[in-house]
Design a protein around this ligand. Structure first.
Ligand SMILES: [Zn+2]
Length: 119
């Protein structure tokens, strides 16, 4: 087997997304994405809900403390968001992008309202 054939035919690196009780799709990478790539579960300390996961194949699970969509914990900028500050959203499943868009818009609108309330 030629190296090129091996690279062409080996199984893809599959990353699965889940949040708010439903699967949000998966991304197949030909190469393992750069970075730490541990499986993450998202956990709200306000209500104890495990509300989201990003699953990498055969990777350890680590907790990520992010408030769920229903709560504010005082340090989560976008409650319910699965994204880190540097994530490139271009590779994500459409359902994840749509959900993140909704979360960010809702949060920004809320902040604007709060600002007006303080004037
Ligand atoms: Zn919560």
């Amino acid at each position: 087997m030629k190296l090129e054939d091996f690279i062409q035919h080996r199984p893809p690196f599959r990353v699965r997304f889940w949040a708010d009780g439903e699967p949000l799709g998966e991304v197949l990478f030909k190469e393992e994405p750069f970075g730490q790539n541990l499986s993450q579960y998202f956990f709200c300390e306000v209500c104890d809900e495990l509300w989201g996961t990003i699953e990498y194949p055969n990777r350890h699970w680590i907790p990520t403390y992010v408030a769920c969509r229903q709560h504010q914990d005082g340090r989560t900028e976008f409650p319910g968001s699965l994204l880190g500050p540097v994530d490139d959203i271009n590779d994500l499943p459409p359902a994840v992008i749509a959900r993140e868009f909704q979360i960010h818009i809702t949060q920004l609108a809320k902040e604007q309202q709060d600002d007006r309330g303080n004037e």
